[in-house]
Design a protein around this ligand. Structure first.
Ligand SMILES: *Cc1c(COP(=O)(O)O)cnc(C)c1O
Length: 231
């Protein structure tokens, strides 16, 4: 199938899932473009994609000047503190805020530039040791430690679903994420909104939407299997 057909199919699946779940369709698709060529990215932008997600600083920087009209950029990978300076003012949303020294560096840069940086807190909901992210029971403490980061805004949560075939486990983790975001919202922290719940990828986005996701990050489902190009 072509990129266009893939996007149309995913949009139809999202529409149907929202209908079935009885919610309005407020789901944003972030096209994950790691290892994807600029030509293919431009093609996706023609067919209704407005949001692009990259997970490596180098790759993002190589592409960013070639992509017009400018989409919304999401950084979705583990972000090393010493690379913040290259991207903090070029991306619209950093979805992988996962530790306090990263928050400190973002605040420092944003303060100097007098801009606002938008982020999602990445949660390691499945507690897999291979995954980055704040643990559920540590998130309130983490948010409280952000209270003097006046240029850093938290718009919601992000997670990567369990790496398992067990759909019930995946669903239960997504449900925990939704409940966690509601609990955070009820605290009305400054600069913390919980408007975005970013969860769901090619294999699990419909489950994620059923459990309350309003942002799905889809790579393979749009562009096909990735060929590792290295770097
Ligand atoms: C690669 C990646 C995705 C997309 O994965 P697909 O299975 O190709 O849809 C989503 N989120 C993150 C953080 C990723 O690294």
């Amino acid at each position: 199938m072509s990129i266009r057909d893939n996007i149309l199919k995913i949009k139809e699946n999202i529409d149907n899932t929202c209908l079935k779940t009885g919610r309005k369709n407020d789901v944003k698709i972030v096209a994950v473009t790691k290892y994807v060529s600029i030509d293919k990215i431009l093609e996706s932008l023609k067919y209704g994609i407005d949001d692009i997600g990259e997970n490596k600083v180098q790759e993002f920087l190589k592409k960013v000047d070639h992509i017009q009209p400018k989409p919304n950029y999401h950084f979705i990978g583990h972000l090393q503190t010493n690379k913040v300076k290259y991207i903090y003012d070029k991306v619209d949303l950093i979805q992988s805020l996962d530790r306090i020294d990263l928050a400190d560096e973002l605040e420092k840069r944003a303060n100097l530039a007098d801009i606002r940086v938008n982020s999602l807190i990445q949660i390691n909901i499945s507690r897999e040791s291979t995954k980055f992210g704040i643990k559920e029971n540590e998130v309130f403490q983490f948010i409280e430690a952000l209270q003097n980061h006046k240029h850093l805004y938290v718009q919601g949560l992000m997670t990567i679903g369990s790496n398992t075939e067990d759909k019930a486990k995946i669903r239960s983790d997504f449900r925990k994420m939704y409940n966690l975001s509601e609990r955070i919202k009820s605290k009305h922290y400054d600069r913390v909104s919980m408007d975005i719940l970013s969860m769901g990828m090619t294999d699990d986005y419909m489950i994620a939407i059923e459990e309350g996701s309003n942002m799905v990050r889809i790579g393979t489902g749009i562009f096909g299997e990735r060929e590792k190009m290295g770097g």
